[in-house]
Ligand binder design. Structure first.
Ligand SMILES: NC(=O)c1ccc[n+]([C@@H]2O[C@H](COP(=O)([O-])OP(=O)(O)OC[C@H]3O[C@@H](n4cnc5c(N)ncnc54)[C@H](OP(=O)(O)O)[C@@H]3O)[C@@H](O)[C@H]2O)c1
Length: 263
């Protein structure tokens, strides 16, 4: 995810020389340097020293190890893309306990790799308009951004768009499998399913029409689409999705609790 953000920033014209990366794996660090021409820091202390913007992009379970005791500049902004990790935990982990700099939580998603992701953002109360702008600049490199007003909504963002690409992949897999069951070759079924979703997404974006209206427009009374949609509704499609997102929302909150409990 960090490499996607770096790639997006560099592609947007941000000077790579001003980006300093701390990456424990020497091979990966060398690859990043070769690919982007950025600076590799000796360690995390070196990475944040003098930095006006620090992006934390480790797994949630690695956060404490990565930032405990770091001295951030008084006016630095800390952006965390780590699922579930709360602002209070991040603040407690940085060394200068009185540090009141801005913290922005960001939840991007993997289409960021192609610059077509969407990121949910939440800023701490101390975040200035400048800090918000810094966060938007970094995350806009990954696609669109969407600010939320309360921190707990970051769990909902994680459930909808952070984990969302996987729901789409599952839906595509399942639709292709159903096509094979109806006699199509696996290759044809996969191509038909995937391109249908890509086309439908482009149509929804391009027309700007509400998706419920688009759905109604392609559902002729008594036709094939109506038969399929009625079957989905009868099987509890919306309830299944609702339960799945609730599970992701709960897991995101748990990740935050797990880290907070160790502080
Ligand atoms: N992937 C997604 O779809 C997605 C979407 C939204 C948000 N996120 C969030 O993004 C974060 C990163 O996810 P990812 O999939 O990019 O994980 P990842 O590929 O494992 O990247 C984490 C990076 O952090 C490095 N790291 C580990 N410990 C460190 C330390 N103490 N100091 C400095 N660097 C350290 C790792 O190095 P090593 O490999 O050498 O350990 C690795 O390069 C997660 O918190 C996740 O919740 C991910």
């Amino acid at each position: 995810m960090a490499a996607s953000l770096i790639g997006g920033l560099v592609a947007a014209g941000h000077p790579a020389a001003s980006i300093r990366v701390s990456e424990p794996d020497a091979e990966r660090a060398a690859a990043l340097k070769a690919r982007f021409g950025l600076t590799i820091a000796a360690d995390n202390v070196d990475a944040v020293t003098g930095a006006d913007l620090v992006v934390l992009a480790t797994k949630p379970q690695q956060v404490a190890n990565a930032i405990r005791g770091l001295q951030l500049a008084a006016d630095a902004t800390l952006i965390s893309i780590c699922a579930g990790v709360r602002i209070a935990s991040l603040r407690a982990l940085v060394a200068n306990g009185g540090w009141t700099g801005a913290i922005v939580r960001a939840m991007p998603n993997t289409p960021a790799l192609f610059g077509v992701g969407i990121t949910g953002l939440y800023a701490s109360e101390t975040a200035s308009p400048r800090a918000r702008m810094q966060a938007e600049t970094v995350l806009a490199a990954a696609g669109k951004v969407c600010w939320v007003d309360t921190e707990s909504l970051m769990d909902a963002v994680t459930a909808v768009s952070g984990s969302g690409p996987a729901y789409f992949f599952l839906l595509t897999e399942a639709m292709a499998e159903a096509g094979v069951a109806l006699g199509l070759t696996p290759a044809d079924a996969k191509a038909l399913a995937l391109q249908t979703f890509i086309g439908a997404a482009k149509m929804a974006e391009g027309t700007g029409t509400d998706v419920a209206t688009l759905r109604a427009q392609v559902t002729s009374k008594g036709g094939t689409t109506q038969a399929a949609l009625e079957s989905l509704e009868a099987a509890g499609f919306r309830r299944i999705l609702d339960e799945a997102l609730r599970a992701a929302d709960i897991r995101s909150a748990q990740l935050g609790d797990e880290l907070a409990a160790t502080l």
